[in-house]
Write a protein that binds this ligand. Sequence first.
Ligand code: ATP
Ligand code: MG
Length: 392
Amino acid sequence: QRNDWEAALRVIEKIENAGYEAVIVGGAVRDYLLQRKINDVDVATSALPNEVKKIFSHTIDVGIEHGTVVVLDEGSPIEVTTYRTEGTYTDYRRPDEVTFVRDLPKDLERRDFTINAMAFTKDGNIVDLYGGKEDLKNGIIRAVGDPNARFREDALRMLRAVRFAAQLGFTIEEKTMKAIQEDSDLIEFIARERIRMELSKIWVADYVFLGIEALVESNLASYLPGNFAKHLESWRHFRTKKPEVGWAYLCLLNRSDMEDLFEFYRYSNKEKSFAKKVIHAYDRLLERWDEYDYFSNDLNTLETAYDFAHWLGKKVPFSKEHIGKVKEHLPIQSMDDFALNGNLLIQWSGKRGGPWVKEALNKALHAVLTGQVKNDEEQLKEWFYNEFVNER
Ligand code: ATP
Ligand code: MG
């Protein structure tokens, strides 16, 4: 990240040497001032996209109609965007038409929150026209300008406010919050993928519960499936680094509406199967896991199910470390290690294949996992004769 910042400063220097203005803007300035990990460093400039392209030897047009060119010359790729204002807004979504301008204040004015509307110049000065520094100090998310107007321009900003509250542990300023409450229904105009991206960031945020609280208080929760208000308390101890864990937990809290959640939030097949697997493991955990649960689930699934129980205040009589230990000590780790297969059974029995094969295999697997038989072909053969052949 340090490298990105340095690369951005070199990009700025070259643009300025060519006679234009350039600054670092947005999230990078915010995170720099907070001494937080910087995500990506964006540069804004008075130069037009074609002018930017002339200054550097390696650029990519990523969104040239929006004014963005990626500069590759300095090692880290740096997005350079021409100062712009946003034109007309239709449908409460961001406009696809933008107007390039030559001065920074106009560009800062279009930005969503005061803490995101600061610029960092090459001499290390902060351009702060909206009290962003003060709001950073006080931990406040405040819309730039009239909040209602800003949310009507782009309703996604309402959810971004909640997301930043969750990431930074900040409070949404009163008028900004009131405006979200008034305009919360406009979130329905926003593409599900965008909603999904913001929620994914909330799941992994440091102050996720603050985020869920803000989601409820802002009334956005009324338009987002998941019954956040009803299940608020169940989110209090939730904490993760993986978005899919959040998506699975949301399913656990809304088990009877899982299909609706899948649909609305556009779960991937991987997220769906993870959610189902973990919920199954969670149910089994409340009954008590046996060897087969340890064998048939991967460690991540088991540990996530364990976390679910923990977050929901269920008593589990062992530690999380215990899970990995039990799993390691299983006689076999996967079906590939199993010394038995259907063909051997058919050979040994002299009978034709049928449903009995699967049944016998399961029984043998259970016997191996519980240590009743060694995972060894000879011993399994003997076990098999005793169990299935001698009896008859
Ligand atoms: P992060 O990258 O850490 O998620 P960020 O603040 O950099 O956070 P981005 O989505 O990368 O957020 O946007 C970069 C900057 O562009 C923001 O800081 C903000 O100034 C501006 N911005 C982004 N989305 C909007 C929006 N919907 N309305 C107004 N300004 C926006
Ligand atoms: Mg960013």
